[in-house]
Design a protein around this ligand. Structure first.
Ligand code: PLP
Length: 379
């Protein structure tokens, strides 16, 4: 008998209502029935992105929309800044370089957040910089970036601010319009609580001006063609119909809960997870700028982190994530993003404690549980 708990930073659990809505017979997309669904989804996305602008929908994983942002906003040999503090920040650099864009990375120590002043320094010195690429929640390190502070800077320059909010949107606050985030990129399998397969992009007026000037060839991921279709509540190609239907369900749930309540819930679960780790004698990997989506924790030096993750998953059905790239085996990550409640977190803390003790690392699970309950009980 198997019972699984998914606490990975994407994919995240899908609520039963959304799963059931995908089980309905497939409908055709060029029909009034689908148009009505797509219209509701488009409106719901504006609410989540906190924007008045159209949110473009693509059938791909999140990275597809990251690449689309690069190919639609820029031109060959453009100069841009990328913020590299983890695997996903590096992805921006890699995509830009694949397009022969002159990407100048700001290297940030893994586990810490970029200092917005370092971005300003670069922008001040070079008006040719066309874009700043950063990450809302650097999922590989559990760091949350101060997007508002960065937007306050980019606003005053020629560069557009492009944020990978694939992990974070619908879980932590990011106000596209109010803060002046020019391009927000998101995916379906994290805070939005549906399976992987949809990607989203919002664009400011300043970003659309860059799109008009962009000289890269493109076809499937074309912002202008997608917007033109969206204005008629349509998509240029066959959308992932079942995923759009599932998204209508989760967007309704999110509206009902309300963004502020959602953000508070994530803060609380994150706070409880961090408190538990510390109470169990474990060290946080990103103590100065911890993300409310995922908590990264150092693996005690006597243990193999990969084995810990495997033990929790295979013996107890609790899936957390290990470290990526240079942090492989050295950290583990517990996600508390999307369809996650107190029950999930308390389960993860208990099973983590059991697994650690089983591997010969003695820790007081009860202290972790106590500390987390204290956080969860706070008004
Ligand atoms: C998950 C994630 C991605 C990758 O998205 P895919 O859907 O796998 O393409 C990119 N950036 C961040 C911050 C993520 O958490």
């Amino acid at each position: 008998m198997k019972k699984d708990y998914l606490l990975t930073p994407g994919p995240t659990p899908v609520p039963p209502e959304a799963l059931l809505s995908m089980a309905m017979p497939i409908i055709h997309h060029r029909t009034p029935e689908f148009m009505e669904i797509f219209k509701e989804v488009s409106e719901g996305l504006k609410y989540i992105f906190q924007t008045e602008a159209d949110v473009l929908v693509f059938t791909s994983s999140g990275t597809g929309a990251m690449e689309a942002a690069v190919s639609n906003l820029l031109s060959p040999a453009d100069k841009v800044i990328t913020i590299e503090g983890g695997k996903f920040g590096e992805r921006w650099t890699e995509i830009c370089r694949a397009y022969k864009i002159n990407a100048v990375p700001i290297e940030v120590k893994w586990g810490t957040a970029v200092d917005p002043k370092d971005i300003e320094l670069k922008l001040k010195g070079d008006n040719e910089i066309q874009a700043v690429f950063t990450t809302l929640c650097e999922t590989s390190t559990g760091v949350q970036t101060d997007i508002k502070a960065i937007a306050d800077i980019t606003k005053r320059y020629n560069a557009v601010l492009v944020v990978d909010a694939i992990s974070g949107l619908g879980a932590v606050d990011i106000k596209a319009d109010e803060w002046g985030v020019d391009c927000v990129v998101a995916g379906s399998q994290k805070g939005l609580m549906i399976p992987p397969g949809l990607a989203f992009v919002s664009l400011s007026k300043k970003a659309w001006e860059k799109v008009e000037k962009s000289k890269f060839p493109r076809y499937y991921f074309d912002f202008k063609a997608t917007k033109k279709a969206l204005e008629k509540t349509d998509t240029p190609f066959t959308p992932a119909i079942s995923l759009v239907i599932a998204l209508r369900t989760t967007l309704r749930m999110m509206r009902q809960e309300g963004l502020d309540v959602i953000f508070t819930r994530h803060k609380k679960l994150a706070g409880a997870t961090r408190a538990a780790m510390k109470a169990m004698g474990l060290e946080l990997f990103a103590p100065t700028a911890p993300s409310d989506c995922v908590t990264a924790v150092k693996v005690p030096s006597s243990l193999d982190g990969e084995k810990l993750v495997k033990l929790m998953r295979d013996k107890y059905g609790v899936a957390i994530a290990g470290g990526q790239a240079e942090m492989k085996g050295k950290i583990f990550r517990i996600a508390h993003m999307g369809f996650i409640k107190e029950t999930d977190i308390l389960t993860a803390i208990n099973i983590l404690g059991m697994a650690l003790n089983e591997m010969g690392y003695s820790c007081e699970t009860a202290l972790g549980v106590k500390a987390s309950i204290e956080e969860l009980s706070k008004k």
